[in-house]
Ligand binder design. Structure first.
Ligand code: NAP
Length: 277
C-alpha cells in the first residue's frame, strides 16, 4: 500500500482521512491515508522521514501551510498565488507543492450555481483561508473585492497585490454595512462562528443592507450552519457552508496524488456518505 497522510498540529480531529479513505476504497486504489501530528518545529525532520519512508504525498493543515512554501522543490502557480501549500506529492525524493483550497472553493460555488464573474464581492478576513480564496475569485473574473479584516494592515497587504480591483476596508459595524451595500456575494473567511474557539460576530446589521440576490458563503463547516448563515438564510439569501469546499479540495488533492482525473460529482457523493455515517 502506498502511504498518504495529513500533517498538522492539532490534526487528529481532521476529516481528511475519512474523506480520502472513502474515495480510495471506492476507486479501489492501493493507498492508505492517515493523520500524523507534526509540531511546527518538527516539519523539516518529518519531511526527511516521509521521503525516506516512501510516502506518495501528504496534505498539510495548520500550522504548516505557509512554512511549506520555501521547503518544496517545486511550487505550483496556485500555491505561489496564495503563498500556501496544502498538498504535496513526493516523486523521486522531490516535493511538489500546490494548493487545492482555491479550486475547492470555486467548485463549491459552482455546485450551488454561483459564478463570481463580474461580481462585487465582500470578503471577510485576511488570514490563510482568505489568501486562498482571493486569487481564486480574481481568476474567476470577480469585478471587485472589498477585504474587511479586524487587523487592517493584513487586509492592506493582501489588497496591495491588485489595487485596481482589491480594496481594504475595516471591520467595524459601519465599515461592514458600507461594504455590504451593493455587494453581489459575501464570503466569510474569518473564524467567527466556528465551533470551539472561533468567537462570534458582534453585529449582523450588515445583513440588513446586503442586496437580497447576494449569496452568503461561509468557509466554516463546523457547525454546519453558523449564526451568519442562519440569519442570511432567514432573510432569503442563498446560504452556503464550507463543507463542499472541504470535500472538493480533497478531490483535487487526490487527483494530484494519483494523477487521475476523477469524477468530482461521484467522489463528492462518496465523501458526503462517509461523513454522514
Ligand atoms: P487564520 O489564518 O487564523 O485567519 C483567521 C481570520 O479570522 C483572520 O482574518 C482574523 O482576523 C479573523 N478573526 C479571528 N478572530 C476574529 C475576531 N474576534 N474578530 C474579527 N476577526 C477575527 O485562519 P484561516 O486558516 O484563514 O481559517 C479561517 C476559517 O476558515 C476557519 O474557521 C477555518 O475552519 C475555515 N476554513 C475552511 C476551509 C474549508 O475547506 N471549508 C478551508 C480553510 C479554512 P485578524 O487578521 O485580525 O486576526
Amino acid at each position: 500500500m502506498k502511504k498518504l497522510c495529513v500533517i498538522g498540529d492539532p490534526v487528529l480531529h481532521s476529516r481528511s482521512p475519512l474523506i480520502q479513505n472513502a474515495m480510495l476504497r471506492e476507486l479501489e486504489l492501493p493507498y492508505v491515508y492517515t493523520a500524523e501530528t507534526v509540531p511546527q518545529k518538527g516539519l523539516g525532520a518529518w519531511l526527511a522521514r516521509a521521503k525516506a519512508e516512501g510516502y506518495a504525498g501528504f496534505n498539510a493543515t495548520m500550522p504548516h501551510k505557509e512554512a511549506l512554501v520555501p521547503l518544496v522543490d517545486k511550487l505550483s502557480e496556485e500555491a505561489a498565488a496564495c503563498a500556501s501549500v496544502n498538498t504535496v506529492c513526493i516523486k523521486n525524493g522531490k516535493l511538489y507543492g500546490t494548493s487545492t483550497d482555491g479550486a475547492g472553493f470555486l467548485r463549491n460555488l459552482s455546485d450551488a450555481g454561483v459564478n463570481p464573474a463580474g461580481k462585487r464581492i465582500l470578503l471577510l478576513g485576511a488570514g490563510g483561508a482568505a489568501r486562498a480564496v482571493l486569487p481564486a475569485l480574481l481568476s474567476a473574473g470577480a469585478l471587485s473585492v472589498a477585504v474587511c479584516n479586524r487587523t487592517a494592515d493584513r487586509a492592506e497587504r493582501l489588497c496591495a497585490l491588485r489595487p485596481q480591483v482589491l480594496r481594504a476596508a475595516g471591520f467595524s459595524p459601519e465599515a461592514l454595512r458600507r461594504e455590504a451595500e451593493g455587494a453581489d456575494l459575501l464570503v466569510n473567511c474569518t473564524s467567527l462562528g466556528m465551533g470551539g474557539t472561533g468567537g462570534q460576530f458582534e453585529d449582523f446589521s450588515f445583513l440588513d443592507v446586503l442586496p437580497a440576490h447576494a449569496p452568503v458563503c461561509d468557509l466554516i463547516y463546523h457547525p454546519p450552519e453558523t449564526a451568519l448563515l442562519a440569519r442570511a438564510r432567514a432573510r432569503g439569501h442563498l446560504a452556503l457552508n464550507g463543507l463542499g469546499m472541504l470535500i472538493h479540495q480533497a478531490v483535487c488533492a487526490l487527483e494530484h496524488f494519483t494523477g487521475l482525473a476523477l469524477d468530482a460529482e461521484r467522489m463528492c457523493a462518496v465523501a458526503r456518505r462517509a461523513l454522514n455515517r
